[in-house]
Design a protein around this ligand. Structure first.
Ligand SMILES: Cc1ncc(COP(=O)(O)O)c(C=O)c1O
Length: 461
């Protein structure tokens, strides 16, 4: 992600003077750090999970999200192995959620972190074991909380005083004792290699550690017989490439665990460190591998708890992007190529900000390639844009493509498994693309393409 030029808004088109990486030596190269495991070219065309993208496009149309199942499963296994039997992995369903994906997660021994009644409903419809579901949200409604307790979710992460009272009442009514964690804002903001440790915690999530609100929340929960406080939760950011931010956060949370023990007389057995583990979107992005991340996190928590003379709690993490992001590729068809004299070439595709809002929203950067054929043409610096009525509708801001790029070509954008389909919209009444699972040479829609009839069915004249 690039910094915004001073005064620019998220949707602004970057100034022409912006630094652009030089053209890669080989435009057809598929960096294994960025593309799904096993991605290759056959006869010039990109092959995902053993399926030629031209076949995916022919069978399912474009744009289409392809998700390589073996890649998702391999990443789940890697996290599972890395954190071992004394750790819990909850997949953050906000990154992408379908019933098939719930099944894969379940089969790989991963739990689910859901944030809304809608996400919970999908998980339950998939038959996901409720006791391995953890429920987040800063404004869970009474209905959502009741749905969660009735289903028997394993953990509810408490986010406000009002919610403590609400949940206690619901659990009491239903005659159960609900396990809960208290979400703590620790004053750490982390992104990639940077983190800021602040004293103030100006955000909507959780209870402030600095003000004493988190300790007070723990005290209140411990007094309620229908709630069982099992631990603390902290989430510090997204697209994090190292453990420096977690180090500060763990230090602060361990301090709170010690205060809970010292002032409330209870040693809490669990510590959930949230998600935010980064992935490679472009060349040079260098995320920490899960084994090294797990080892470092464990060492940090052990050190901090030992210093406070506390037993090491069971660690949980909530990776979203890291489990599904790299497995996803979006395939678009080029519709027009427009040379805007002396400025740049715009390549328009048949999707855009409705299927991937991250470029417009966060100035996110992606890797794109000509996917349907080979080309010897020299590299041309282009801007790949969508079909929406918005000049900020950019798919890839600076994309080196072969200069013979033409209508009908397929383009593939890597690392779009997370926060693309789940954040998709119907802007301009564009139906959302299908999500297609690929593997062993076969593709299958796990979410079908929306149709205009679907949209009209919601419209009540
Ligand atoms: C509480 C919590 N857990 C986990 C995640 C997942 O983050 P990521 O997909 O970056 O791993 C998020 C993302 O916003 C979050 O808010």
């Amino acid at each position: 992600m690039r910094a915004h030029p001073a005064g620019a808004r998220h949707g602004d088109v970057a100034p022409l003077t912006q630094q652009v990486a030089p053209a890669p030596a080989d435009l057809a190269y598929l960096d294994p750090a960025i593309w799904p495991i096993g991605t290759e070219r056959r006869g010039g065309a990109v092959v995902l999970g053993g399926v030629d993208v031209r076949d995916i496009a022919e069978q399912h149309g474009t744009p289409v999200y392809a998700l390589v199942e073996s890649d998702v499963r391999a990443r789940c296994r890697s996290y599972r192995d890395a954190f071992g039997d004394d750790g819990d992995i909850y997949y953050a369903a906000k990154a992408l959620l379908t019933r098939a994906l719930c099944r894969w997660m379940d089969e790989e021994g991963i739990g689910l972190d859901v944030s809304t009644g809608g996400e919970l409903a999908v998980a339950l419809a998939a038959g996901f074991p409720a006791d391995r579901i953890l429920m987040h949200g800063n404004n869970k409604t009474v209905d959502e909380l009741r749905q969660a307790v009735t289903a028997g979710v394993g953990r509810v992460v408490l986010d406000s005083d009002i919610e403590i009272a609400r949940l206690a009442h619901i659990a009491e009514e239903l005659g159960v004792c609900q396990r809960v964690l208290v979400r703590v804002t620790v004053g750490v903001e982390a992104h990639t290699h940077e983190f800021i440790a602040t004293a103030h915690e100006d955000q909507k999530f959780g209870f402030s550690l600095g003000s004493g609100a988190a300790l007070e929340a723990a005290r209140r929960v411990l007094m309620l017989p229908s709630l069982e406080l099992v631990g603390l939760h902290s989430h510090i950011g997204s697209q994090i490439f190292d453990t420096a931010g977690f180090d500060v956060a763990a230090h602060r949370v361990a301090g709170l665990l010690a205060s809970v023990r010292d002032t409330l007389g209870v040693t809490l057995p669990e510590l959930d460190l949230g998600g935010g583990f980064g992935i490679a979107y472009v060349a040079g992005d260098d995320p920490v591998d899960p084994h090294s991340m797990a080892k470092q996190l464990r060492a940090i928590v052990q050190r901090e708890c030992a210093a406070a003379q506390l037993p090491t709690p069971r660690i949980a993490v909530e990776p979203g992007r890291a489990l599904v992001g790299p497995a996803g590729v979006t395939i678009y068809e080029v519709g027009t190529v427009k040379d805007v004299d002396g400025i740049r070439t715009y390549v328009s595709v048949d999707g855009g900000m409705s299927d991937n809002i991250r470029t417009a929203l966060y100035d996110a950067d992606y890797t794109i390639t000509l996917a349907s054929r080979e080309s010897d043409a020299p590299p041309l610096l282009t801007r790949v844009v969508g079909k929406h009525c918005e000049s900020g509708d950019v798919v890839v801001r600076d994309a080196w493509l072969p200069s013979d790029i033409a209508p009908g070509d397929l383009l593939a954008v890597a690392a779009t498994g997370a926060y693309c389909r789940s954040m998709a919209s119907n802007y301009n009444n564009v139906p959302r693309p299908p999500l297609v699972a690929v593997g062993n040479g076969v593709s299958r829609a796990i979410v079908r393409r929306e149709t205009i009839d679907d949209l009209l069915a919601l419209d009540q004249p």
